[in-house]
Design a protein around this ligand. Structure first.
Ligand code: SF4
Ligand code: SF4
Length: 229
């Protein structure tokens, strides 16, 4: 999932304090799971903003709504009229969701309430960590399912570097060396021999931005429909 964190309240207040009205728009998928921008967080932010607005003697009208995903056009129907009552939409989605909301509801003004951090996993309740840099050419099969691009501080595909010590990375003693993790995983899989083969350098052209992905299976029926008309 995409992991994000809420901006500081001061930053958010600064972005809306001169407005007359704001619709806080939550996203019910990734950012709800990482407790940054789901329905509950929309409610909390709305309460904080109402309180601050009152304390500052302002009359900021605050609306609340949450849709299932801000990165998917089909979920915007429920707010297609409501958002027009507000000066600005304060989106609690990831950066993709903020951009898509601005695109679908153009020319509405959409401000981000979160900082998008990474693609990651839930380590335990309240703790998330990065696992993938969306490199466009997944090589996990050769590394026992541990991503050298993401977990190694130098993204080495033929590690380790000379700085690995006692299982820790030279970049930070808080961080396990990715290559020790890879070695231990491959050992458990009886595949240590795999490490004898040098891997070709990563081709970063597959990581060109902005990425785009097309599934022909979805497009064909649409094209057939059009040609039948
Ligand atoms: S190899 Fe690339 S796609 Fe696979 S987990 Fe690592 S960054 Fe993600
Ligand atoms: S110590 Fe390990 S994780 Fe850190 S940069 Fe070197 S090889 Fe990568």
């Amino acid at each position: 999932m995409i992991v994000a964190e809420r901006k500081s309240f001061e930053q958010i207040w600064d972005s809306v304090k001169d407005l007359k009205s704001v619709l806080i728009l939550g996203c019910g998928t990734c950012v709800a799971v990482c407790q940054a921008g789901g329905e509950k967080e929309v409610g909390l932010l709305a309460s904080e903003l109402r309180l601050k607005s009152r304390m500052e003697g302002k009359d900021l009208k605050i609306g609340e709504a949450t849709i299932e995903r801000q990165c998917d056009r089909e979920f915007f129907d429920s707010i297609k009229d409501k958002y027009k009552e507000y000066d600005v939409i304060l989106s609690m989605a990831c950066g993709a969701g903020v951009q898509f909301t601005a695109e679908v509801l153009e020319p509405a003004r959409v401000f981000p309430a979160l900082n998008t951090r990474f693609i990651g996993v839930t380590e335990q309740e309240g703790t998330w960590s990065e696992r993938c840099r969306s490199c466009g050419n997944c090589v996990l099969a050769g590394y026992g399912g541990i991503c050298p691009m993401t977990i190694c501080a130098k993204s080495l595909v033929n590690g380790p570097c000379g700085g690995s010590k006692n299982g820790k990375c030279e970049a930070s003693q808080d961080k396990d060396c990715a290559w020790v993790l890879i070695y231990n995983r491959l050992k458990k899989q009886n595949r240590l021999n795999d490490l004898r083969t040098l891997t070709a350098d990563k081709d970063f052209r597959t990581q060109a931005h902005p990425g785009r992905s097309v599934n022909e299976a979805y497009l064909k029926p649409q094209m057939e429909d059009k040609s039948a008309k």
